[in-house]
Design a protein around this ligand. Structure first.
Ligand code: NAP
Length: 253
């Protein structure tokens, strides 16, 4: 029998940002099921049952510092930080294109780095694991949202940079890159038949992802089972980024 105890998160303290819904909520619940004590950060301050919800706007450095001060007082260390909070803004008549770009990078890249910096002293105490939720946008050129594509490519780069900087502290830094997953962020393309089918056909597995599809990889990256892995980006995308030619699953199911 293989020893699967390395996958357990029993006794570990974890923070998941963006835990109020979608991918972050699924990962927060999954880490808790695997045994961790989980804090979920979001602006709305809601989280799945059993996860301690904290209201925190990651575009506000002061709020981030306060959140990690609270966790420091309660536990004095942090084993796992999952940066799942993110935004993908539609073009707006009210905001200029540059303002949209800046707002997107503020949350999806600078907000993640601010969170990591605030968590770093606690992660160093534990020799923790950081998981940055990137996207297939980190390695592919998608149209219509350059800020999002740039932020995710930047986050993949930040993952490699911090893996190098924090290795001596025993902190591992990896990225989890989802393909198209049915959440509030993708609700419009999920509901539109042509867009839905287009995204389905880009995968090898012939379907959209669900938030639950992200949980196994998150538990693996959070746990000691991935102890010899850092600086990597793990694509959970139904085969989107490695697909070559059309295959049989492209046909309507
Ligand atoms: P979602 O359903 O829109 O959820 C986004 C989460 O981020 C919510 O919990 C939201 O909570 C939180 N959030 C947004 N701005 C925040 C801020 N300033 N401060 C704190 N929390 C904030 O999106 P999702 O699809 O689950 O996306 C989760 C992550 O996966 C994102 O990083 C996204 O870029 C990435 N991703 C998603 C897909 C996909 O197909 N869905 C694909 C690739 C990557 P509040 O609104 O309560 O603040």
């Amino acid at each position: 029998m293989p020893d699967l105890s390395a996958f357990s998160l029993a006794g570990k303290i974890a923070v998941v940002t963006g835990a109020s819904r979608g991918i972050g909520a699924a990962i927060a619940a999954g880490l808790q099921d695997a045994g961790a004590t989980v804090f979920g950060l979001s602006r709305s301050g809601t989280a799945p049952r059993g996860v301690s919800a904290m209201a925190c706007d990651l575009a506000d450095d002061t709020k981030i510092t306060q959140a990690f001060d609270d966790i420091a007082k309660q536990h004095g260390r942090l084993d796992v930080l999952v940066n799942a909070a993110g935004i993908s803004l539609p073009p707006s008549n009210a905001e200029t294109e540059l303002a949209r770009f800046r707002t997107t990078l503020g949350t999806d890249l600078t907000g993640v780095y601010a969170t990591i910096l605030a968590a770093y002293p606690l992660l160093k105490t534990a020799g923790g694991s950081i998981i940055n939720v990137t996207s297939i946008n980190s390695v592919r050129g998608f149209p219509g949202n350059p800020g999002y594509v740039a932020a995710k490519a930047g986050l993949a780069g930040l993952t490699r940079a911090l893996a190098a900087d924090y290795a001596a502290d025993g902190i591992r830094v990896n990225a989890l890159a989802p393909g198209y997953v049915a959440t509030e962020m993708t609700a419009k393309s999920f509901a539109d038949p042509a867009m839905h089918e287009d995204r389905r056909r880009h995968t090898m597995l012939g379907r959209w992802g669900q938030p639950a599809d992200m949980v196994g990889a998150a538990v693996f990256l959070a746990s000691d089972a991935s102890a010899y892995m850092t600086g990597q980006e793990l694509f959970i995308d139904g085969g989107w980024t490695t697909k070559g030619l059309a295959i049989s699953s492209d046909k309507q199911p």
